[in-house]
Design a protein around this ligand. Structure first.
Ligand SMILES: Cc1cc2nc3c(=O)[nH]c(=O)nc-3n(C[C@H](O)[C@H](O)[C@H](O)COP(=O)(O)O)c2cc1C
Length: 351
């Protein structure tokens, strides 16, 4: 694992020549294209032009203060203007360099090489057929690639079963085309590419926040299976990150979830709650450590802050309410998830 850290490091100037080979640029090999070519007869779909955007005027500090990962989306479709805005903010093309050696975009990129393509799985955008698309930034248009069968389920499965991903109206997928950067930066490229990618993704977060949409970066996905679905060669171009986007529902306030008045929870109250609980295949255990109640799910464990003897706030689990019998035995636990869903867990016997 530790040798992989070297990927993040740079070189001292005296080592540079030893470590960094001659580049294709230095060998006078012409630069690669900065957009993946597409069939000449392809019919491209118009997007809303940046000069015509009426959205996205939210003050900057408000965006900074409200940004967070959002994983729950409503059934609402995105408008074509919203999608155009997000594409422009993440990979909009200002101009190609006159030298032909790079492109200037709304996001920075090492050496202006922009080693990415943007693919979209569209489930619900007004006026567009669902399916797989690619952003053609040179003309700010969309290229339809193909329909995706049962997209909601397929995309959820291909995201390590993070099913909320497939439910979003649009899922952004960025592919890397490493040679665009390698052409100049050879072995230095891969750190730069990773940084460039983060900048794009952060622009997506901020652009979403500016127009009341939610997103989350998704680093867990089935690499080979997604590359195959997108018909990528997986060597010169492959998926590197994705991000579902959608309108998000109003968040539930914790005070609405809590039903009992605020009170101090004593250690003897907490002890009654200790045990193993289950909902289908999901198991949840409550334990006490250093006089504090903890929720444990597999390897993950988080402390719970008491609101009263039977109601608690967490982070991953936003809230937990223990329903006690008249004898003070737990009958069930109602969980308020980070996505504002209510899930009931029943007590289990410990194996
Ligand atoms: C590169 C990267 C990969 C991520 N992968 C996932 C993921 O697969 N699933 C997920 O739910 N969140 C994922 N996240 C979101 C983080 O969990 C989230 O940013 C973090 O918990 C901080 O929360 P915040 O974004 O709300 O501030 C990822 C974030 C980044 C930057």
């Amino acid at each position: 694992m530790k040798e992989k850290r070297d990927f993040l490091r740079f070189f001292d100037s005296e080592d540079y020549e030893k470590e960094v080979p001659e580049s294709d640029e230095q060998k006078k090999i012409p630069p690669p294209p900065f957009e993946r070519p597409y069939p000449e007869d392809a019919s491209l779909i118009d997007l809303v032009s940046p000069e015509d955007f009426k959205i996205g005027k939210t003050p900057f500090l408000k965006l900074i203060n409200s940004r967070k990962s959002r994983r729950k989306y409503t059934e609402e479709s995105l408008t074509l203007e919203e999608l155009s805005f997000l594409l422009w903010c993440t990979q909009g093309l200002r101009r190609a360099l006159k030298s032909g050696r790079g492109v200037l975009r709304t996001v920075p990129s090492s050496g202006a090489k922009s080693p990415f393509e943007t693919y979209l799985v569209i489930n619900r955008v007004e006026g567009l057929e669902p399916g797989l698309y690619r952003y053609i930034s040179f003309s700010h248009k969309l290229l339809f690639i193909k329909p995706i069968e049962d997209a909601e389920k397929t995309i959820g499965e291909l995201s390590y079963n993070q099913n909320f991903v497939g439910k979003a109206p649009v899922i952004f997928y960025w592919t890397a085309v490493p040679y665009r950067t390698e052409w100049r930066y050879t072995v230095l490229s891969h750190k730069f590419i990773a940084i460039d990618l983060g900048l794009i993704c952060q622009n997506l977060y901020m652009a979403c926040e500016a127009i009341n949409l939610g997103t989350v970066a998704i680093g867990y996905y089935e690499q080979n299976k997604v590359d195959k679905l997108f018909e990528l060669d997986a060597k010169d171009e492959f998926v590197v990150l994705l991000a579902p986007v959608g309108k998000y529902p109003q968040e539930k306030k914790l005070t609405e979830f809590f039903e009992n008045p605020k009170a101090k929870a004593k250690l003897e109250d907490l002890k009654k709650l200790v045990g193993l609980y289950a909902k289908d295949d999901s198991k949840l255990e409550f334990i006490i450590k250093e006089d504090q109640l903890y929720a444990k799910m597999g390897d993950y464990m988080e402390p719970f802050v008491p609101y009263n003897e039977a109601e608690f706030a967490g982070e991953y689990i936003k809230g937990a309410r223990f329903i006690l019998s008249s004898k003070g035995v737990v009958e069930k636990v109602i969980i308020l998830t980070s996505g504002d869903d209510l899930v009931e867990f029943l007590p289990q016997k410990k194996e």
